[in-house]
Design a protein around this ligand. Structure first.
Ligand code: SF4
Length: 930
């Protein structure tokens, strides 16, 4: 190697050797009378690239596109030629209509649904896919329904019935399922439509149907049919590497890819896997991190991926298409609050950037209101008035959403229409809504997604003759299904490496190939016979996935081909998965084992960026202006103590995690209900004498009144009122029971008390901070000393009051700094937890309250010797926390891992990256965080 580069001579030699393997085939495709039919699209594309390379080496700059087509595309081309030849007479000459996969699946579903009473099924759509495959297998293996006579398994009988109905329907409507295309072509094609020579490239086996088509039909019409496969490389070297797990395996493969490309940038690298769809997402993520490390620091087009993964995703998973579906659902019906939130945050709507903050505020506002779902008119109102919070109003989206809702055709939504007509309604609705947005330019991947979405809408038109007129709900389901079933992958720039399934890889040659995931469960693939055909027949006919023996034999051929399709082949497997040991595939167990290459070197970001990277730790925010009141009251001290960054983010950046709407009031709201009901109770009852004067009946009556008032106040106005009423009825019972138990406990208090403060606002001076606090309750005891009480609906313990970073410093704050209350004799949690209602208190004298302890009786290791000394210790700790907050201390430093569990700021503080993802999960598994 010279200067880190691969010697030119070796590169040329290697390219030449690979090219030689294709030479004979490529030489012949320049002949216009020759057609190459490939087993899949990947091989066709690859041969086109090789051909262009060959012509360039030969010094050509212009050439005719060679005739290389994947098999399915060629058959469809022949059919189109027939349609064009017969033109308007096509129907007259009995040319049937070729069904695409969506139409065919819908037709099967219709047949199954029409006979639900005879063969009831929960999911006709799922059954339709299996039945369609069974019908296709029969045609491809040149078998008929008569061959199934005598087999009376329920699924086989159902299939025979549905298939007969489907055949009759196709005959009546003049439909041609794609699995019958070759048979139909065989009776219609003529020599002028055919090449003189046809080369079948990359086929390991042909179905009996295609065997007959090529070697009987075409040869009878004078076509010379040949087969071609890339030769095995005699000097190929293969080795096997065990890895600790999938992530390690993918990392090893990608780091090896990176090193190989650095060594030889022109190399053609393959990564193959028996289960590519299952690993596609982690592979995609890691490929950016390892092959394009600079993408973290520079804007890159997502379509310009470093690894071309031959596993598309459903179109509906792509954000632009996802948001189009979402927009339609919101225009045409109720939507959950989570969907409303996603709609509001969409960048594919007009003003998505300009109004982003308002829309985010509205999302947070709607979640806080506790709504589960919204109707379109409710959402339109919320867009106008910000759901009662003016800064959250969204005038631009209001205008566009209003325009979409007020369109004339909204009046006709109850009609049934053909899918093509619904496609028009959907398209116009999205246009009025302003999808795909107007305040930023789409990147290449988004452009392609928008185009694919348009094709999806057009495909609805093809469903007209299959489904007939349908209602809005069905039409939206059809569109959703088309978007779900459309396997989509945006074209990008020329990727440096290719990832593909094993069958795809087996037809090609590479400069280097890494095969991941070679465990015995995945390769050979386990048998998976079709449930609608008799198993004995599938085995007898040697259908795919019918038996373990067939799969093993087939996989052996493929494996042998893969191990000799590149000068160097690496096979890897994971030795375990979540503590479950895994075994290497027996088909590669003979290979020499090697350890994964030590690859301590990080991806060379600086080399890609062309500039040195600097890093620095930023734990210091600007100092807080002490003239201002401290934000957040006592919660600020808790956050500062739990984690300085949490306090900075929550109280200076005002960052909060969004609430997750659930069914019914969440724990926070239920806690508020209990607080408010007790607040009302004590405003009327006032003291221990007032409580003692109530007999059981009177006490219950007062509780019922207080709870009723609180719940009446909380009733939502507008569309959710009926639902809230039902929910609060349930809540009423819970609260009455809770308050009854709690007040029974208060009746046990030996020392008389007067409730002198409820929701008491105080301003506390803590070091440099002015802190506004609101105390749940202050009781004045017999000696005129104050007891501060804080209600808690969860488990609580005074253990969190002690130490240099107290986990729960709220009551220490009140006890130590609420000087205007006079002498304070103690602090108490009022634990309002159903079944566990009690005080948890520390006082100067333990008999003041049930559950109270004198400080000296407690075992907390960090407590002071006396109550007065403890108050001073709390002052010192809290002033230190106040100083740290005011100075801008903002280190990501959780007091313990469990502090992060319910914090919700992980995406902002990136604590997982700081700790390392593995360390974080280990802590949780140890139970440390629970
Ligand atoms: S998630 Fe953890 S580290 Fe991050 S701010 Fe919250 S407590 Fe601190």
């Amino acid at each position: 190697m010279e200067n880190g580069q691969y010697p030119i001579a070796r590169k040329v030699a290697r390219a030449q050797r690979i090219m030689n393997a294709y030479q004979a085939l490529l030489q012949s495709v320049g002949d216009t009378q020759t057609l190459v039919v490939t087993v899949n699209r990947r091989l066709a594309r690859h041969l086109h690239e090789r051909y262009a390379q060959m012509r360039q080496i030969q010094g050509d700059s212009v050439w005719e596109t060679p005739r290389i087509l994947p098999q399915n595309a060629w058959l469809e081309t022949l059919w189109r030629e027939l349609e064009e030849r017969d033109g308007i007479q096509a129907q007259a000459v009995g040319l049937p209509l070729l069904l695409n996969a969506s139409r065919e699946s819908l037709a099967w579903e219709g047949v199954i649904a029409a006979h639900q009473s005879r063969y009831p099924l929960l999911k006709p759509a799922v059954a339709a896919r299996g039945v369609m495959r069974a019908w296709g297998l029969l045609r491809q293996w040149r078998r008929s329904l008569d061959d199934l006579t005598g087999y009376d398994e329920p699924d086989v009988l159902a299939f025979r019935f549905w298939a007969a109905e489907f055949d009759a329907l196709c005959a009546e409507r003049g439909w041609l399922p794609s699995a019958a295309l070759a048979d139909e072509l065989a009776g219609r094609i003529t020599p002028p439509m055919l090449p003189k020579r046809l080369i079948l490239a990359g086929f390991d086996q042909l179905t009996p149907q295609m065997q007959g088509f090529y070697f009987e039909t075409l040869t009878a019409l004078g076509v010379v049919v040949e087969t071609w496969r890339a030769d095995a490389l005699a000097d190929a070297q293969a080795r096997c590497i065990p890895c600790s797990g999938l992530e390690a395996e993918l990392r090893a493969a990608l780091q090896w890819t990176r090193r190989t490309l650095l060594d030889n940038p022109a190399a053609r690298i393959g990564i193959a896997a028996p289960n590519l769809p299952a690993i596609a997402e982690p592979l995609r993520r890691l490929s950016w991190e390892i092959l394009r490390p600079h993408s973290r620091y520079e804007g890159v087009d997502p379509a310009d991926a470093p690894l071309n993964i031959s596993a598309g995703r459903p179109l509906s998973d792509y954000p632009a298409a996802h948001d189009a579906l979402l927009g339609l659902r919101l225009c045409f019906g109720d939507a959950s609050i989570a969907r409303v939130g996603a709609f509001l945050r969409s960048p594919f709507l007009p003003g998505g950037l300009r109004e982003a903050e308002r829309r985010a505020l509205l999302d947070a506002r709607l979640r806080r209101l506790g709504r589960r779902a919204m109707r379109p008119d409710g959402l339109l109102r919320a867009l106008s008035d910000g759901a009662g919070f003016a800064p959250a109003s969204c005038p631009q989206l209001h205008e566009r959403f209003g325009a979409a809702l007020q369109a004339e055709e909204m009046g006709g939504l109850r009609q049934t229409r053909r899918p093509s007509a619904w496609a028009g309604v959907f398209s116009r609705t999205l246009a009025r809504l302003g999808w795909p947005g107007d305040d930023r330019s789409l990147d290449s991947a988004e452009h392609q997604t928008v185009t694919a979405w348009g094709q999806c809408l057009s495909a609805m038109g093809a469903l007209d003759d299959v489904s007939g007129a349908v209602d809005l709900h069905t039409a939206l389901s059809q569109l959703t299904r088309l978007a779900n079933e459309r396997d989509f992958q945006p074209d990008g720039g020329l990727a440096q490496a290719q990832a593909m399934g094993l069958l795809e890889a087996a037809g090609e040659q590479f400069d280097a190939l890494w095969i991941v995931g070679m465990i015995d469960e995945a390769w050979p693939p386990p048998p998976d016979p079709n449930p609608y055909l008799p198993l004995t027949l599938q085995r007898q006919w040697e259908m795919p996935r019918a038996s373990a023996a067939r799969e093993r034999d087939y996989a052996e051929v493929i494996t042998q081909r893969l191990l000799t399709c590149a000068p160097q082949v690496v096979v890897s497997w994971s030795v375990s998965e979540e503590d479950r040991p895994l075994r290497v595939s027996p088909l590669v167990a003979h290979l020499a084992l090697e350890d994964a290459d030590a690859d301590a070197d990080a991806p060379d970001v600086e080399r890609y960026l062309g500039a040195p990277l600097e890093s620095f730790e930023d734990m210091q925010a600007p100092a807080f202006d002490a003239q201002l009141n401290a934000p957040g009251g006592a919660g600020l001290f808790q956050s500062q103590s739990q984690c300085p960054f949490q306090a900075f983010a929550r109280y200076r950046l005002r960052a909060e995690s969004l609430e997750e709407p659930g069914s019914g009031p969440d724990a926070r709201r239920r806690g508020q209900f209990a607080h408010r009901a007790l607040d009302r109770f004590w405003r009327v009852t006032r003291d221990s004498a007032g409580l003692a004067a109530l007999n059981d009946v009177a006490l219950l009556e007062r509780i019922v009144v207080c709870v009723g008032e609180v719940l009446a106040e909380s009733l939502e106005s507008g569309e959710d009122a009926a639902w809230w009423e039902a929910v609060t009825d349930l809540e009423r019972g819970r609260l009455i029971h809770l308050l009854r138990n709690w007040l029974d406990g208060e009746r046990q208090r030996m020392e008389p008390f007067t409730v002198t403060g409820l929701e008491l606002p105080l301003t506390l001076q803590v070091g440099p901070l002015n802190v506004r606090a609101r105390l749940d309750r202050v009781d004045r005891l017999d000696g005129d000393e104050a007891l501060v009480i804080d209600y808690k609906t969860g488990l609580s313990s005074p253990a969190g009051w002690f130490g240099p970073r107290p986990a729960d410093p709220q009551l220490p704050l009140y006890a130590a700094f609420a000087h205007e209350l006079g002498p304070i004799c103690g602090a108490a949690f009022g634990q309002l937890r159903p079944g566990n209602e009690r005080f948890q208190a520390i006082l100067t004298h333990s008999d003041a309250i049930p559950g109270g302890k004198a400080l000296e009786q407690t075992q907390y290791s960090e407590r002071a010797e006396s109550w007065q000394a403890q108050l001073q210790a709390w002052r010192d700790v809290l002033i230190r926390l106040a100083d740290a907050f005011a100075s801008g201390a903002a280190a990501v430093d959780p007091i313990k891992p469990s502090a992060c569990l319910y914090c919700g700021l992980q995406t902002l503080c990136r604590v997982d990256q700081l700790r390392g993802a593995d360390a974080a999960s280990a802590e949780q598994e140890d139970g440390d965080g629970v």
